[in-house]
Design a protein around this ligand. Structure first.
Ligand code: ATP
Ligand code: MG
Length: 422
């Protein structure tokens, strides 16, 4: 019996890995421009960390976590909690008043696998800890937008404010009152969550719930003065940075820790999986986790969804193997020995060089050079070796020239490097 990968866990094969590398390269470059520094935290944390930060009554904690029940540890379903845990544990606020951090890696959630939804998926996660200014919110969204633009992925940005502990309870009560009036039309999930997590009803996918919340009270009408001012300033800062957005008063996010600004990068090109990235403020969370009372904001981009979008939107660019610079076709054992050292020296100098060790015919080796999309092929047979002159063929033009096989292999590699740079 063949053993296959677990449902919801996926291999990223070499062709596909090219787009993943591109995503990471572009992201790291842009993160650096915005002063973000990389942090890497463990894949496993104490279960309590996620229960206390994400919230007991959220989908993630209620049913999606991979938990080793007997050990009280869980595979991280997201990165924010782990980064805050590390921030607190290492007293990182002492070193810098504002920490700008990012991490890239796998997350684990026990969800129903489908297109753009896996059980092991990957996120690029960004957190700014220690800043409350609305300009920071706007700057983060502008960074996300720049990254998505740079990858050739088109999305729209939706924003909302979820208020703070001063104004949200009031809104919650208003919402519960409204929902209770229409309890019979709510789906069973929302009815169950009515008192524990009523905000979830606002972004419930059920058709009846969707219709019902259209007339529900809006959180934006319940914001306290500070939250109101903050939200207005975020919008102003986004306008200044020429970032296009729209306000979605129904956006609530599936994690309890958010306060004030929340946002999502949305696409309609991935069916039901419409969010490419999402995030928001979590001003009380650090303190709640036993850390200093500092504000924070962050967001995460889903890499599977990004890779899918890139494939759909700029297919032609992807899957282009980086071409080989030089293939050496060696004929005979001595030529092969010489070639292996020459290939090694070429590689030391940064040249993408390859050869074949199986002693196949010239024709077969030329075919392989073609498969590797090699720019040049150097042919070295026993005669060429004896006369110290190889034949270098430009694979595009088919033009040939003599390539000197003296003096030493490292000098030959240098000559090759000059030739390739010309
Ligand atoms: P969704 O509404 O699609 O379930 P979410 O609100 O649970 O998304 P977040 O927890 O905010 O997502 O994570 C941020 C991003 O991570 C999402 O926008 C998405 O791109 C990606 N993501 C989340 N869950 C998965 C998953 N199971 N498989 C693949 N990508 C995911
Ligand atoms: Mg989800």
């Amino acid at each position: 019996m063949k053993i296959k990968a677990i449902n919801g866990f996926k291999d990223i094969l070499p062709d596909a890995a090219l787009s993943w590398q591109r995503i990471e390269q572009v992201a790291r470059d842009i993160f650096a421009r915005f002063g973000m520094r990389e942090i890497r935290t463990p894949l496993l944390e104490k279960t309590e960390l996620f229960a206390r930060s994400i919230g007991e009554a959220t989908d993630i904690v209620e049913k999606e976590m991979y938990t080793f029940a007997d050990k009280g540890i869980t595979m991280r379903p997201e990165a924010t909690a782990s980064i805050l845990r590390a921030f607190i544990e290492h007293g990182m606020h002492v070193q810098r008043p504002v920490q700008r951090l990012y991490t890239i890696g796998p997350m684990f959630r026990h969800e129903r696998p489908q297109k753009g939804r896996l059980r092991q998926f990957h996120q690029m996660d960004v957190e700014v800890i220690g800043a409350t200014e609305p300009q920071v919110d706007a700057e983060l969204m502008a960074m996300g937008q720049l990254l998505l633009d740079s990858l050739g992925v088109s999305v729209s940005l939706e924003i909302n404010s979820l208020g703070c502990p001063a104004c949200r309870p009031d809104f919650r009560d208003k919402l519960i009152r409204y929902l209770k009036q229409h309890e019979e039309s709510l789906c069973s999930d929302c009815r169950r969550r009515l008192t524990v997590n009523p905000l979830r009803a606002l972004d419930c996918k059920d058709r009846n719930c969707k219709a019902l919340v259209q007339d529900a009270p809006s959180i934006l009408d319940s914001l306290c003065n500070d939250c109101q001012v903050h939200f207005t300033s975020v919008k102003h800062a986004l306008d200044l940075l020429e970032v296009t957005y729209c306000v979605n008063r129904f956006m609530v996010r599936g994690l309890d820790y958010y306060t004030r600004t929340t946002f999502e990068f949305i696409t309609d090109a991935l069916g039901a999986q419409s969010a490419v990235g999402a995030g928001g403020r979590y001003d009380g969370l650090l303190k709640q986790l036993g850390g200093p009372d500092l504000p924070g904001i962050g967001f995460a981009l889903g890499m599977e969804r990004l890779a899918l979008l890139m494939e759909q939107q700029n297919e032609h660019e992807l899957h282009q193997q980086p071409a080989t610079d030089l293939f050496i076709a060696a004929l005979g054992p001595q030529a092969a020995e010489h070639s292996s050292l020459l290939v090694h020296h070429c590689r030391k100098l940064g040249i993408k060089a390859a050869m074949d060790y199986s002693g196949r015919s010239l024709k077969a080796q030329m075919k392989q050079a073609g498969r590797l999309n090699s720019r040049f092929t150097l042919i070295i047979g026993e005669t060429e070796l004896a006369e110290k002159e190889g034949v270098l063929r430009d694979m595009n033009t088919q033009k040939q020239q003599v390539f000197s096989l003296t003096p030493s292999a490292d000098k030959q590699a240098k000559a090759m490097a000059n030739l390739l740079a010309a």
